[in-house]
Design a binder for this molecule. Structure first.
Ligand code: GLU
Length: 458
């Protein structure tokens, strides 16, 4: 193609992408997180559309941003004092081109349509990257599990599932956990689903307890997977976790198992956090204490310093990024790492950043890392280990068998290596060598887009 034609085509593509993005903003006003997630993917796709105009002709972008279905519902429940409470529940069934909708449920007061749509949209590409046959979905409620009794949690999750049970199924939509939803909540939801449907359909939810058909290594999968991915990324530059100083935000499921694997690989993890603040233990965090506080006692991370007085506690969780480290793993929540934090990390000589959470770095922070030659692993790729093992749980449920921890962990490791390789390859092919943001978006997109073309305009 002549240069002039190529320039004209690039302008057409830009106009098309801008137009679709504008429609997304107009149709979904005041949903900034959702806009942010769409923009990040669209920014990566220009060269793909230039090479494959068929995606424009087939309206792939217009279709992929519009969820196949959104369910929003009332979740009434009764607290321990006998008061009636009402929360809002959601399930977005975003894209089923390559498999049943798959994605977690988040219980957190910040949950709204924007949050669920951003998460559901990202899930499409993440799930595609795993190489497993799973479409994209997400759900949750604006329910705050903090301070609730076990019985309140049970009554809430049962009410939530009473409605959700009408919309899900092992071949339709398979929810799992996310922030505020762990094995306990999945257990209550599975029980309620079973009661409502009158059958033992193990494959309808993942993240179940082992005796209800859950998979070994599912609990560890997201955190371990993030570290496997970052390990792969660093290996290429002759670097590793061995002897590195690491900070990991959060202290939930993802964070705890990212810390565990990083330590196993010889790193010193010096800080972690919760929504109230962070702890700094310069000689290395005692993970057993964090597990006891968070997994068993549901206490604040500030309690850590009463057990280990040599450590320090600071209020304001975002301050964790001011601690000098070689590797930073944001494993808490969206937009927890902004441009200012990125600047400080870079100034302190950070070598690699791996996102264990979904969209934890703001757009400006990501640009800062990319422009400063920091090895950057975007969440869509780096935190795909959780949903990958969920897909392995579905496979075990279908076959009515259970694999050993080692088998699942080995498969997880392979999947993470493949995601890394495929993302690098796509980045190379589309003129952005080494840029894993672009590579992951493109590799995730192409498989879904091609499948959508083959399945017709639906
Ligand atoms: N919530 C996790 C995620 O963001 C896991 C989803 C799943 O296992 O289905 O990918």
């Amino acid at each position: 193609m002549k240069t002039i034609e190529r320039v004209e085509q690039a302008q057409d593509v830009l106009a098309y992408v801008d137009g679709v993005y504008q429609t997304v903003k107009d149709r979904n006003p005041n949903e900034s997180e959702f806009h942010q997630a769409v923009k990040e993917v669209f920014d990566s796709l220009m060269p793909v559309l230039e090479k494959n105009p068929v995606y424009m002709k087939q309206g792939i972008l217009e279709r992929i941003v519009e969820p196949e279905r959104i369910i929003s519902f009332r979740v009434p429940w009764v607290d321990d004092q006998g008061n009636v409470k009402v929360n809002r529940g959601f399930r977005v069934q975003y894209n089923s081109a390559i498999g049943p909708y798959k994605g977690g449920l988040r219980f957190h007061p910040s949950v709204n349509a924007s949050i669920i749509k951003f998460l559901g949209f990202e899930q499409i590409f993440k799930n595609s990257l795993t190489g497993q046959p799973i479409g994209g979905g997400k759900g949750g409620a604006d329910f705050d599990p903090k301070g609730k009794s076990d019985m309140e949690i049970m009554r809430f999750t049962q009410s939530f599932m009473t409605e959700l049970s009408q919309h899900i199924g092992a071949d339709v939509d398979v929810p799992a956990g996310d922030i505020g939803v762990g094995a306990r909540e999945i257990g209550y939801m599975f029980g309620q689903y079973k009661k409502m449907r009158g059958g033992y359909e193990a494959g309808v939810l993942t993240g179940k307890s082992i005796d209800s058909g859950g998979s070994l290594a599912r609990k560890e999968a997201t955190g371990y997977g993030t570290v496997y991915f970052v390990e792969e990324m660093m290996k290429e530059k002759g670097k590793s976790f061995e002897g590195s100083t690491v900070t990991v935000s959060g202290s939930g499921n993802v964070s705890i198992y990212a810390m565990e694997k990083a330590m196993e690989l010889g790193a010193k993890v010096v800080a972690c956090s919760d929504s109230a603040g962070y702890i700094y233990d310069k000689d290395g965090i005692n993970l057993a204490t964090v597990k006891q506080l968070k997994e068993v006692e549901s206490k604040r991370i500030s309690e850590y310093v009463t057990i280990h007085p040599e450590a320090h506690y600071f209020e304001d969780c975002a301050g964790i990024w001011s601690i000098p480290c070689d590797i930073a793993l944001p494993c808490a929540t969206q937009n927890e790492l902004d441009e200012m934090a990125a600047k400080i990390l870079v100034a302190n000589g950070v070598v690699a950043v791996g996102e264990g959470a979904n969209m934890p770095s703001t757009h400006a922070a990501v640009q800062m890392f990319l422009n400063s030659d920091v090895l950057f692993a975007p969440g869509k790729a780096a935190n795909a280990g959780g949903v990958s093992v969920s897909a392995l749980e579905m496979a075990q449920n279908s076959a009515r068998l259970a694999w050993s921890f080692e088998e699942v962990d080995a498969k997880l490791h392979d999947i993470m290596k493949n995601i890394y390789r495929n993302s690098m390859k796509a980045a190379e092919e589309y003129d952005a060598p080494g840029n894993l943001v672009v590579g992951a978006n493109i590799a995730g997109f192409i498989k879904v887009a091609d499948t959508m073309v083959m399945q017709g305009v639906i």
